[in-house]
Design a protein around this ligand. Structure first.
Ligand code: URA
Length: 434
């Protein structure tokens, strides 16, 4: 079946045979099928969805586009975590070193910013010198010797996702359960893991805005992993406001350092501890979640998590000194506050709008070839339920010389907040476990 016929068929809501999906993915990976046809296919999938057989075929084709690592010769359980994407979600930066410091091996293939969400690779690259494009052999060595390695998709590791991810980022084709499931699981199954923890985000800053959709995505992801013989657990976590306060690459690295130094925002700490504890349980490094949480808390308190992050940064070519002195991270030349237009309580916070404002400042991409500015972003001063006076700062913008104008950024960010007369009821961060 030609690419045109596949697109046509999906556009009209008909299923695509697995062999045709495999051919499409192969052709796209090798460059025979151009971006415009793949973008059209993704848009058709966005509107028409895929059945279980198609999702499996897409995941397997994307997995087979590169190497599938065998890390069984490396002692210890290999466990990873993946988030479906959020705003201010810097959990992986702290979780990988914490899990490694607590005795599980973390081979992590991550992504870049996607749509309005940030990406682990862009955050790591805010650390001068940090390399996310290591050869497979070095990736193996670092998982074995350091305990964790964080890389991107390469020509050899999940190359189909590497291309497709970049294309979806700029063609508004991200929020699709089959495309997200195949993207995540093709990377994760290539890593040589024994177990995987999924952080499925729900809310205004997530790709899944509704709990039911998040449940479907979690079940799809977990089903693919379990069928491939992996131990998988999934947590549905709240993403109805940015996680922590920092949104933007270098700002998020600094907040990670604060967390690993025993400080940082409470919500970020809770989600990080919870997901890392889950990894320890799946990897046999803790008997139960309570024991896992205690181990992770101890690794934060005694500095082993931060020391492990420094070791990872050094091993991947980065300047670890910035972790002891985050003032040395890239800094934006322009800073200004966004004042509250009214007094009251933060009743709603549109995290997607905050994420899009950060992208417009230069923290993410509008086109595949765009370069991001590691220094820019937003630091949220007021979060859900906070009391605010008229004129008090809601958030602080860190802008570059070429960033979108102050008026437009201020309007975007002020529009992300709804200030009301009463504080909304507090909801737990971890909504469900699967
Ligand atoms: N994370 C991924 O790796 N891929 C997606 O499509 C969404 C989130």
């Amino acid at each position: 079946m030609r690419a045109y016929e596949i697109i046509h068929r999906k556009r009209d809501g008909r299923a695509i045979p697995p062999a045709a999906i495999a051919a499409l993915v192969d052709g796209f990976t090798t460059g025979e099928i151009p971006d415009y046809q793949m973008a059209a296919f993704c848009m058709a999938v966005f509107f028409r969805g895929m059945d279980e057989v198609e999702v499996r075929a897409l995941t397997e084709a994307m997995l087979r586009s590169g190497d599938v690592l065998d890390l069984s010769d490396i002692p210890g359980a290999k466990v990873d975590k993946h988030s479906t994407g959020g705003v201010g979600d810097k959990v992986s930066l702290a979780l990988a070193p914490l899990a490694a410091a607590c005795g599980v091996k973390v081979p992590m293939i991550s992504g870049r910013g996607l749509g309005h969400t940030g990406g682990t690779l862009d955050k790591l690259e805010a650390i001068p010198g940090f390399r996310v494009d290591l050869p497979v052999g070095r990736f193996r060595e670092l998982v074995r010797d350091v305990g964790a390695c964080l890389v991107g998709q390469t020509e050899r590791l999940a190359p189909a996702d590497r291309k497709l991810y970049a294309l979806r980022d700029v063609t508004a084709t991200v929020e699709s359960i089959p495309l997200i499931a195949a993207s995540i699981m093709s990377k994760k199954l290539a890593e040589g893991i024994d177990a995987l923890v999924l952080d499925v985000k729900v809310g205004s800053g997530a790709f899944m805005k509704r709990l039911d959709d998040a449940r479907t995505l979690a079940a799809t992801l977990a089903g693919i992993g379990r069928r491939m013989g992996k131990r998988v657990s999934a947590l549905l976590t709240r993403m109805d406001e940015p996680l922590g306060r920092a949104v933007g690459n270098a700002l998020e690295v600094a907040e990670t350092v604060a967390l690993l130094s025993g400080g940082g925002p409470e919500d970020l700490r809770e989600v990080t501890v919870e997901l890392t504890a889950e990894m320890l349980v799946l990897g046999g490094a803790a008997a139960d979640l309570a024991a896992g949480r205690a181990r992770v808390a101890a690794a934060i308190a005694d500095g082993r998590g931060l020391a492990k992050l420094e070791e990872i940064v050094r091993a991947q070519g980065g300047d670890a000194a910035v972790l002891r002195d985050p003032e040395r991270l890239p800094r934006a030349p322009v800073r200004y506050d966004v004042p509250s237009p009214a007094a009251g309580f933060v009743a709603e916070l549109d995290a997607e709008a905050i994420g899009l404002a950060a992208v417009a400042l230069g923290a993410g991409r509008a086109r595949v070839e765009d370069r991001i500015d590691p220094a820019v972003g937003v630091v949220v001063a007021k979060k859900l339920g906070d009391r605010v006076e008229r004129g008090e700062p809601l958030c602080t913008v860190h802008a570059g010389e070429g960033s979108e104008s102050r008026e437009r950024v201020t309007a975007r960010l002020a529009g992300a907040y709804r200030i009301g007369p009463v504080a909304p009821a507090q909801r737990p961060l971890v909504l469900e476990r699967l």
